[in-house]
Design a binder for this molecule. Structure first.
Ligand SMILES: Nc1ncnc2c1ncn2[C@@H]1O[C@H](COP(=O)(O)OP(=O)(O)OP(=O)(O)O)[C@@H](O)[C@H]1O
Ligand SMILES: [Mg+2]
Length: 331
């Protein structure tokens, strides 16, 4: 869906040039939420702005929707590309003098005349993002979370296939962040979107991303499934970012490495884990020693356990049948 191949970008600086991207290669699968994480100045924004050609790369190729290199598209094709890619920003980028509905219609007005059906679509989007009744309000009358909801509705007006999010929750409090991330997740599923989300916060990655790329000084230093990266971060920066959210199962597991059958369990629904464990304890006469749990409402639960008993193999099989994923080979 989106592929970066040896992509580099240099900005001219006052004294020396800035290598914002350095030979970046990785791809983003369709219909996933792919996080781009890294410290300030790592090149995250430059990277996603290349996807819709708000920024042009100097070297390498970027394929989007099967176009081999988006840099080589002519003006009209670039316009078409941008229409299929929605974008939201940390600072919302709303027009203060325009109402919620007019902000949402703005990308259409910029290209053509607005019809009645466009007004209806805008109202439907306002409802979808949870702002019914707010259509005639102005941005100054809205909270940060509400402004980002307008940003999301505006990004959807052209029915895009890709949604780019540049630090969409960095200006929001933790609870509002959760609600916006949950909205992005819902919209992604309902519309079959591919979402690329830039953040410096591993909480955001853990909360909604399927896959993640870690950027450091313009390089993509680690790419993989979020579970893998959380459980076994390899690069020093990834380790630091994971450590910052107090999540280092490797460290925790190493304290217990002498215990038998050390296993990480990932539960499909956090609120069912106790029932699953107690059922299996009874059926197979095994005991679970829970050493660490990282479980919160509305996210998948992770648990480090040591198992003892005679029928461990059968108990593991039963766990898998209940939808529990075992991540034991990574410790
Ligand atoms: N238009 C520009 N002109 C000159 N330098 C730029 C420009 N845009 C970005 N840079 C530089 O390129 C590097 C990467 O910037 P970028 O904005 O992509 O980083 P980032 O990871 O998004 O950082 P942040 O987390 O602070 O948003 C930085 O050193 C930045 O100063
Ligand atoms: Mg940035």
């Amino acid at each position: 869906m989106i592929e970066f191949l040896n992509v580099s970008k240099v900005f001219p600086g006052k004294t020396s040039s800035i290598h914002a991207l350095n030979n970046v290669s990785f791809h983003i699968k369709p219909n996933v939420i792919h996080g781009i994480i890294g410290l300030s100045g790592a090149g995250k924004s430059t990277l996603i702005r290349i996807i819709n050609q708000l920024e042009r790369h100097d070297q390498g190729e970027v394929s989007v929707f099967g176009y081999n290199d988006v840099k080589r598209l002519n003006k009209e094709s670039t316009r078409m590309l941008r229409r299929k890619i929605g974008m939201i920003f940390q600072s919302f980028n709303l027009l203060e003098s325009k109402t919620v509905k007019e902000n949402i219609l703005f990308p259409l007005r910029a290209t053509r005349t607005i019809h009645e059906k466009d007004h209806l679509l805008a109202l439907k989007l306002i409802e979808d993002v949870g702002l019914k009744g707010y259509e005639n309000q102005y941005p100054s009358q809205l909270s940060g979370g509400q402004k980002q909801r307008v940003g999301i509705a505006r990004a959807l007006i052209n029915d895009p296939k890709i949604l780019l999010c540049d630090e969409p929750t960095s200006a929001l409090d933790p609870l509002t962040t959760k609600s916006i991330l949950s909205l992005i997740k819902t919209i992604k599923s309902e519309r079959n979107l591919t979402v690329v989300i830039v953040t410096h916060d591993m909480h955001v990655i853990k909360e909604i991303c399927d896959e993640v790329t870690v950027m450091h000084y313009g390089a993509a230093v680690e790419v993989g499934r979020v579970d893998d990266i959380l459980f076994q971060p390899k690069h020093v920066v990834t380790k630091e970012l994971v450590h910052l959210i107090g999540f280092n199962v490797e460290d925790i597991a190493s304290q217990f490495k002498d215990l038998p059958n050390l296993t990480v369990l990932k539960f499909p629904k956090p609120l069912t884990n106790e029932k699953i464990l107690s059922d299996i304890m009874q059926s197979f006469d095994v005991s679970f020693n829970i050493l660490f749990a990282n479980i919160s409402p509305n996210t998948e639960g992770l648990m480090l356990v040591s198992m003892e008993g005679n029928d461990i193999a059968l108990a593991k099989q039963a766990l898998i049948e209940k939808g529990v994923v075992m991540i034991n080979d990574r410790l």
